[in-house]
Design a protein around this ligand. Structure first.
Ligand SMILES: [Zn+2]
Length: 399
């Protein structure tokens, strides 16, 4: 074959190859511009999007944990986590709330539209997501739409309303005595007495806010039930806070003082870690099934607070500790600490745990059982909560 023929042949091959590439590019572009339709399903009057449709029709990755009934959808760095039976979902920093929960029907997981729509919007950045008729339409965004979108103010992350309720949790109860102090005094009794004083003081000082106690009698509550009481109120669309009351214990009886905690996977120090281990011991009273859940890494992640809630919880803990500092001079203020308390884990709102004092210290135990001192503690805690609410509501009104 002559040299020029060979060159012609090569050029032809190149042209065919280029045409092929161009065809693929054009075709894939047309394909990617195709709109994706997610049908809205109505079950018992509630609107849902099928998890199967999200997973198969959208360019996302997903996984589902059958044991925990928890699903996860990912697209690049974006992710969403939802759980069957729960009406809240986590989508990156966003906390998505619905009136009704994620359900599983005949093997199909249905996500409430209230959760699914913002979830898809968040995951599908670069797409326009809108409801049209009985469908959610996902369209690739054009350059003009992108400009318009940028001009729009970003949507607020979590719906912010003024604080409408306070849940006061008396630690332990029933078959769980909590720590046992000097002369056999049980933590569960003192936490109930002090929580009652706190609730009374709050009702007096903040008449417009609902004050709810997790228990008013000597009854056993699982840790999850405590926060569930608070989360149920949150689902009604009102914001609130959760404060758990406890008494501390130590092997060395001279240790005394009060401190306030907020939830963190990284304890402030060894003492904070020990206090959390002590308080978390209550799970031995819960069923083995429930116990497994606390050790599951995935649940920590799924129920992990958004950084915003953690920031607010740290503010709440600081305010409470300051309130106590101003009212209590008999014992040392041990400051604000962070640790992994299981009782605070599932809480979807600002929360704190107060260790009002050591029942293993004779002098402090005597004070803790004294009605006047209990009222003093309640005043301190209430003052702190009031300051927090004041600051919180101001930021809400400014946003
Ligand atoms: Zn306790």
């Amino acid at each position: 074959m002559c040299k020029s023929c060979n060159i012609v042949k090569r050029i032809t091959r190149c042209v065919i190859l280029l045409l092929n590439i161009a065809f693929i590019l054009v075709y894939s572009d047309i394909y990617s511009q195709d709109s994706i339709t997610l049908p809205v399903k109505i079950v018992s009057g509630n609107a849902y999007i099928s998890e199967y449709d999200i997973r198969t029709l959208l360019p996302v990755q997903s996984s589902f944990d059958l044991l925990l009934q928890r699903g996860r959808v990912m697209r690049g760095p974006r992710f969403a986590i939802y759980t069957v039976g729960m009406s809240v979902a986590l989508c990156g920093e966003l906390l998505l709330l619905s009136e009704y929960p994620v359900v599983r029907m005949q093997g199909e997981v249905l996500i409430p539209l209230d959760i699914a729509l913002p979830m898809v919007k968040n995951l599908m950045e670069g797409y326009v997501v809108a409801i049209r008729g009985n469908n959610v339409i996902v369209n690739r965004e054009t350059a003009i739409q992108q400009e318009k979108q940028k001009a729009k103010k970003p949507l607020p992350h979590v719906s912010k309303d003024a604080i409408g309720f306070i849940v006061v949790d008396a630690g332990h109860g029933g078959k769980d005595p909590g720590a046992i102090g000097k002369s056999g005094i049980k933590e569960k009794l003192l936490t109930l007495q002090i929580a009652r004083e706190v609730a009374l003081e709050l009702q007096k000082k903040l008449p417009g806010i609902d004050v709810v106690m997790t228990r008013t009698t000597d009854k056993f509550l699982e840790l999850g039930e405590r926060t569930e009481i608070a989360n149920r109120l949150l689902k009604k669309g009102v914001n609130g806070i959760f404060v758990s009351i406890h008494c501390n214990a130590a092997v060395v009886s001279k240790i005394s003082g009060f401190e306030t905690y907020y939830l963190s996977q990284n304890p402030s120090n060894e003492e904070a870690r020990t206090t959390a281990v002590l308080e978390n011991n209550v799970i031995v009273f819960e069923s083995p099934e429930k116990r497994k859940r606390y050790s599951d890494v995935d649940i920590i992640e799924a129920l992990m607070l958004t950084t915003q809630i953690q920031k607010e919880s740290s503010m709440l803990a600081s305010a409470i500790q300051k309130g106590l500092d101003r009212n209590i001079s008999e014992f040392k203020s041990k400051g604000v600490k962070k640790a992994d308390f299981f009782v605070l884990r599932g809480c979807l709102m600002p929360s704190a745990l107060v260790e009002v004092g050591y029942i293993t210290n004779t002098k402090e135990k005597n004070f803790l059982t004294n009605k006047n001192y209990q009222k003093k503690l309640a005043r301190g805690i209430t003052e702190g909560i009031m300051r927090f609410i004041d600051a919180y509501n101001k930021t809400v009104l400014n946003n």
